[in-house]
Design a protein around this ligand. Structure first.
Ligand code: ZN
Length: 381
């Protein structure tokens, strides 16, 4: 069974800030489906269909995206005045495909994508652009809300299970898990899965919602192997520390903490390398057992590997707990898959190691800022 996650972003309008919204949009959503095709070098977008959907669940006050995240951005313009009315940055699977070997070899692939914008009261121009690109937008469409080609979609009736007691939608961020493949008889199983999944999903939520990078790394890889030297990652929780005075989370570091911040990296890397070597041996043995049809043996070895991973995680946590810098915000080398040249804000964080644990203060702030983007302040109601 699979569970899909859907983030529903609700906000309410205020009398002062919502005039652009009120003038140009109604309380409904325009979904535009399109195809993005290409390989490493090329990229093109073709229109598929447009839908009118239920209430608009995005911001109504701050309609232009203030964040630099996502390689693509959708923009909505008033075609008469040229004024930009709405924008939202995003990433898609195609961006990942561009980095793969088939794409580098020139194999073209097509992915279906959708963007959601508020439903217009008058004709609008919509563009799909690559951020930081000097070339023309990938797509430029004029959409007339009166167009009979815009299909209407009624929501499918659903059983709703509240994991947390909902607060007023205009003051909070709602996260919906869509159970796919469960029947109405499976509702008990769905509730159990939801309980488990709600705890596990936060790390992925950090990526997709707040643009956070992975803070973990692989002992053998250096930053220069991943990205050009002297470039600073966009993610709010990793840095190349090119200038420690301008560190993006400098205000969270106290004056006594050195930058970069010393930590037990040598000991950590030694333990990690020993574990990775053991893990590689296990993986080979499991693969061989599977190939030979020894399923029970392979399953047993997989269970052993899981146990080894859990034990390793505990050992690493115990080591980090002994570090004098535990709990401090600084700049700790080893982050974003690179052992050298990239730094993370704290020794441990939900974006660094597995398990149920909090975000570090830097990640927490990034998530809070993104929530603020979508939620109107209670005073504005
Ligand atoms: Zn963090």
């Amino acid at each position: 069974m699979r569970i899909l996650i859907l983030i529903l972003l609700f906000s309410a309008s205020s009398i002062s800030g919502a005039s652009t919204f009120e003038t140009n949009f109604e309380d409904a959503t325009l979904r535009i489906d399109y195809y993005r095709s290409g390989d490493k070098e090329t990229e093109s977008v073709t229109f598929d269909r447009a839908f009118r959907q239920g209430p608009w669940a995005g911001p109504r006050q701050e309609l232009l995206d203030p964040f630099p995240y996502g390689r693509s951005i959708v923009r909505v313009f008033d075609p008469d005045s040229g004024k930009e009315l709405f924008s939202k940055g995003f990433d898609s699977y195609f961006g990942e495909y561009k980095t793969t070997t088939p794409a580098h070899q020139g194999h073209s692939r097509t992915y279906q994508e959708s963007v959601l914008v508020p439903f217009p009261k008058h004709a609008i121009r919509v563009t799909i652009e690559l951020r930081d690109s000097k070339t023309a937008p990938l797509a430029r469409w004029t959409i007339d809300p009166e167009d009979i080609g815009i299909a209407s979609e009624e929501p499918t009736p659903a059983i709703v299970v509240n994991h947390h007691v909902p607060a007023p939608p205009q003051n909070c961020l709602d996260i919906a898990f869509l159970g796919e493949g469960y029947t109405s008889h499976n509702i008990g199983v769905f509730k159990e899965d939801l309980e488990r999944f709600a705890d596990l999903v936060l790390h992925e939520f950090g990526h997709s919602f707040a643009g956070l990078a992975d803070e973990y790394y692989t002992s053998s890889v250096a930053y220069e192997d991943l990205l050009p030297p002297d470039s600073e990652p966009i993610a709010p929780n990793v840095t190349a520390l090119l200038d420690s005075v301008k560190l993006k989370w400098r205000d969270l570091v106290d004056d006594t903490t050195p930058l970069p911040t010393p930590w037990l990296k040598k000991e950590y890397d030694l333990l990690d390398r020993a574990y990775q070597a053991e893990r590689e041996k296990q993986n080979l043995a499991i693969a061989e057992a599977s190939r030979g049809g020894h399923d029970a043996e392979a399953a047993q070895m997989e269970a052993d590997a899981e146990r080894l991973a859990a034990d390793h995680g505990k050992r690493m946590k115990a080591l980090l707990a002994t570090d004098p810098m535990a709990g401090k915000v600084g700049a700790f080398e080893g982050a974003g898959y690179a052992a050298n040249g990239l730094y993370r804000p704290t020794l441990d964080c939900l974006m660094f190691s597995r398990g149920i644990q909090p975000f570090c203060p830097v990640c927490r702030r990034a998530v809070a800022e993104m929530i603020q983007r979508y939620v109107d302040p209670p005073a504005a109601q």
